[in-house]
Design a binder for this molecule. Structure first.
Ligand SMILES: Cc1ncc(COP(=O)(O)O)c(C=O)c1O
Length: 494
């Protein structure tokens, strides 16, 4: 730890009581600012690894924080940031080793042609710059985005974020933005059950082809196609195999460039690969990264090819970003990438993620409410439905589970997707098998409780856990029993 214990303790002590914090927030922070658990918000004063602590010292298992990628307040990351802050933090118009080393490591993790970096401060900035690069390179403006996509909060990227502009009160979509369906084969426009044995990648890329054909017919061209490699806000979507390959071919044939938004899913989260686009065997022209890169510190980057970067240079308009690529941000990003490698976190995501997914899939045999379980590595979604045949979403149940997981089990999960019925898991990459078991037991309790309620039997919370639960993995039964006891105590205490 770079700080003495007493100093840390005083820093995480409350300066205001919680009700005062809420009062001040209500008065001085814009109401539009989103708050988790709005009716009973959490006041988090400290984080460590995959855990967060509130002002009373209650420990929460964090299953939603893909920003604290290598674990909250990882000592090596904290130390790297502190040391650099105590040395020099200035803008990137001076030479600095952390900057060039960060660019070298980052591009070293990407396929060959992606060798030039621009540093920024957030995912929104990264996507905004990616749009500029694409539009400048192609000298065109029209973009294709996916339905339900979210690419950030700046004006330019709100325009390509149907997740936002399709809300009541959202700004209308500009004519130069074209929306293709999100490749969600479970609940999307084209569902696998409606197209048995069909090539879902072909079905989902046809609308992209149609948009390109229409643009051509109108005498216009395409600047590019932007998509998250796995769509998160859309409900943890895993596109059908071959989808991106076909989509990229169509876009490139139309003269556009392909932008991969890896702001949520990059840096080894998918387990098998460092970048989620690699799982589809494609190489984008521009890749945008942020959130996990700084482990909580604001830093992001746009990585592209020398040709696209050179076209940007040739405009004669220099790119300058006061904070993007400052030595502190780069020292932190370097530390994050080192820790991912040193601690084998990508492999951990693969192993724990596989276990978690397999165990979640077992729920399908027991609980009708589980419509679909999908994921890659530590990027997992459980879609809740009222009816398995019709796949009608169960939004209420998802919200109920999110709250119960927090209140009863001290486990933080979220729900998302167009119908807010997908329970999302994207925990810090140090999430362990024991943590997966904790989640599974708590989740089982919630599902059991819900099932009883559906049957009209309003079971009191203290009896809600089914202590005869079995697991495919006999080895971890002892630790599960311990966790169970803890869960039961917790449940009885509410
Ligand atoms: C996929 C994706 N892209 C971009 C962004 C915007 O990133 P930021 O909030 O760092 O601006 C987000 C944020 O949630 C995101 O999920």
């Amino acid at each position: 730890m770079p700080f003495p214990r007493e100093q840390l303790e005083s820093a995480c002590g409350e300066k205001l009581c919680k009700s005062e914090t809420i009062k001040l927030r209500n008065k001085h922070i814009g109401q539009a600012c989103q708050l988790f658990y709005r009716s009973d918000p959490l006041k988090i004063v400290r984080g460590q690894g995959q855990y967060m602590f509130d002002e009373q010292g209650t420990c929460y298992l964090d299953c939603i924080n893909n920003v604290a990628h290598v674990g909250h307040c990882h000592p090596k990351v904290v130390r790297a940031g502190c040391l650099q802050m105590a040395t020099i933090s200035t803008n990137n118009r001076f030479l600095h080793d952390e900057l060039v080393q960060c660019a070298k490591t980052l591009t070293g993790k990407m396929p060959g042609p992606l060798s030039v970096c621009f540093f920024v401060n957030s995912g929104s900035e990264a996507n905004d710059l990616a749009l500029r690069l694409a539009r400048n390179y192609t000298k065109r403006q029209d973009m294709i985005t996916l339905d339900h996509a979210y690419h950030g909060h700046l004006t330019s990227v709100m325009e390509i974020s149907p997740y936002k502009f399709n809300q009541p009160g959202g700004d209308p979509k500009p004519d130069y933005v074209h929306v293709a369906p999100c490749p969600d084969v479970y609940g999307g426009t084209y569902r696998d059950i409606d197209y048995p044995n069909a090539d879902m990648a072909e079905i989902y890329t046809k609308p992209i082809r149609d948009i390109c054909d229409q643009l051509k017919a109108q005498g216009k061209g395409l600047a590019g196609f932007i998509a998250e490699s796995l769509q998160s806000c859309g409900g943890q979507i895993i596109p059908p195999e071959g989808y991106f390959k076909a989509a990229y071919d169509i876009v490139r044939n139309a003269g556009g460039v392909c932008i991969a938004d890896e702001v949520q899913v990059g840096f080894g989260r998918v387990g098998t690969h460092y970048w989620a686009f690699e799982t589809q065997g494609v190489v984008p022209d521009i890749v945008c990264v942020a959130k996990p890169m700084g482990n909580g510190h604001p830093v992001g980057a746009v990585v592209t090819t020398p040709e696209i970067a050179e076209a940007f240079y040739n405009t004669g308009v220099a790119y300058f970003n006061t904070y993007g690529g400052n030595p502190v941000s780069c020292a932190i990003a370097n530390a994050v990438m080192r820790v991912i490698d040193e601690e084998g976190l990508q492999e951990n995501a693969r192993v724990v993620g596989d276990y978690l997914l397999q165990q979640c899939r077992e729920f399908k045999y027991e609980f009708d409410i589980i419509g679909d379980v999908r994921g890659l590595g530590l990027f997992v979604g459980l879609e809740l439905v009222k009816n398995r045949e019709t796949r009608e979403p169960d939004t209420t149940a998802a919200l109920w589970i999110v709250n119960r997981m927090k209140q009863v089990h001290q486990i933080l999960v979220s729900s998302d997707g167009p119908n807010a019925n997908v329970i999302k898991l994207k925990p810090p990459m140090c999430f362990s098998q024991k943590n997966a078991d904790e989640f599974l037991l708590a989740f089982r309790e919630c599902l059991t409780f819900l099932e009883k309620q559906r049957d009209g039997d309003h079971l009191p919370a203290s009896n809600a856990v089914n202590s005869n639960s079995t697991t495919a993995n006999g080895e971890s039964m002892a630790s599960k029993a311990q966790i169970f006891e803890r869960q039961e105590r917790l449940i009885k205490s509410v």
